[in-house]
Design a protein around this ligand. Sequence first.
Ligand code: SAH
Length: 263
Amino acid sequence: MKIIPKKSLGQNFLIDKNIIEKICNSGNLKKNDNVLEIGPGTGNLTESILQKKPKKFYIIEKDERLVKNLSERFKNKLIIINEDILNYDLKLLSDRDLIIFGNLPYNISSQILINLINYSSSKFSYKKLILMFQKEVADRILAEDNSKNYGRLSIFSSWKLNIKKIMDISPSSFFPKPKVMSSLLIFEPKINYIKFKNSKNLEHITNVFFNQRRKMIKKPLNILFKSSKEVIDELNLNINLRPQNLKKETFYKICLIYEKLIN
Ligand code: SAH
């Protein structure tokens, strides 16, 4: 059966064999590795991963039409979960140290990444994420301070993850062709990262700062803290700077102080 791609589900299927091979190899799969693929679509990357013989292989796909095809194509070689990744409780997999692949639906790619970062459970963990984004979003994830792409996504992703770009991928590697360039990123959890009481606090803080990215930081500090002077003194902040001039670590420190003061 021919499947007409749904725009609403961000369906741009990978068709370039070379690229698919490269994506699969970036996982550097070893015997006994367990794998999860988000949005397997028509299953081209899935096929490639399967050849590496993962121990357990889960795929989560929302589109029922594709799920039907995938289960015919792969029978019982993998575990097919017909769910929305944004609503699915990954703890149900009860697997640790997964390698997660995903040529993500671009309209929800940042949200998927944020959820994966927020997820912390003794029943579920990953050792590597190999994810495709539209290039513009990848640039924001990778950005450093003092650059125009720097913001919430850069600060939040780097909090727990080491991130590298594997390659940019042109629209012609997909069907249908997306209008934008794509980038493949690899993420590995940091062994040491700053522990917050609740990672939502870091999201909240960066939201407050970057909602007003052109304003000087005095303003967001006053919104966040009753007495911002203490924070300014403790971190020795120059209040004439703008949010994009602050290093990631400074935001983590601000979050620690924030968590101390709100209780
Ligand atoms: N990985 C495939 C397809 C990528 S397109 C390939 O490279 O060829 C994105 C895929 O994510 C589609 O199959 C789409 O149906 C699926 N998808 C979209 N939204 C989803 C969601 N919320 N949860 C799970 N899968 C989703």
